[in-house]
Design a protein around this ligand. Structure first.
Ligand SMILES: CC(C)(COP(=O)(O)OP(=O)(O)OC[C@H]1O[C@@H](n2cnc3c(N)ncnc32)[C@H](O)[C@@H]1OP(=O)(O)O)[C@@H](O)C(=O)NCCC(=O)NCCS
Length: 163
């Protein structure tokens, strides 16, 4: 079955929530270790979509298998910048979907008027760091022992890309 990149509508929020939950439960890639409740996740996504913000899902049939979004900062003196988050459920990694999602979201972020996209990535996340560098993100900082989970520390790289 072909996987396509779509601009989301509300009918996909439940499936998006499941994908987010799957990646969160892996515990090593994104900050959350479980997804927030569906209503909270839906309301966050709706806020971005209602203003036609940068967010895309990877859809396999009716199932959301990945996402990429950029949330603009709320402070008006910082709203030229946005924070990026993304993920794919395990079976759909390494097939070019991350690149497609990222490319769509960066184009959209520029059209939306953002000047800069930023993200945090754990140094242990080799694939993600490589993907971001491939798309022109540069390291702006290194936060040592950024996260502590079950006694294990994660260092984190702050990256940014000017659009
Ligand atoms: C990081 C992630 C989004 C990348 O998406 P993907 O679809 O697997 O990546 P792609 O197939 O588009 O590959 C794009 C680039 O990523 C890098 N990459 C992907 N898989 C890799 C691997 N196993 N090892 C090293 N680099 C890898 C490469 O630079 C690759 O470019 P190339 O094919 O020209 O070498 C995906 O692996 C993922 O969801 N990981 C778990 C969640 C996560 O880490 N989210 C980001 C948190 S900051």
């Amino acid at each position: 079955m072909k996987t396509e990149i779509i601009y989301p509508t509300g009918k996909y929020f439940k499936s998006f929530h499941e994908a987010l939950s799957t990646v969160a439960k892996e515990r090593v890639y994104i900050e959350m270790i479980e997804a927030p409740p569906l209503d909270k996740v839906s309301s966050f996504q709706s806020q971005l979509i209602e203003k036609n913000g940068p967010v895309y899902y990877a859809l396999n049939g009716d199932r959301v298998v990945g996402w990429c979004d950029v949330f603009p900062e709320e402070n008006p003196r910082q709203s030229h910048r946005g924070g990026l988050g993304m993920g794919l459920i395990p079976e759909f990694r390494g097939q070019g979907l991350g690149s497609k999602l990222l490319s769509s979201v960066l184009d959209h972020a520029k059209r939306f008027g953002l000047e800069k996209v930023e993200l945090n990535v754990y140094t242990s996340n080799i694939s993600a760091v490589a993907l971001y560098k491939k798309f022109g993100f540069e390291q702006e900082g290194l936060i040592k022992k950024y996260r502590k989970l079950d006694g294990q520390y994660f260092d984190c790289i702050a990256m940014g890309k000017f659009l």
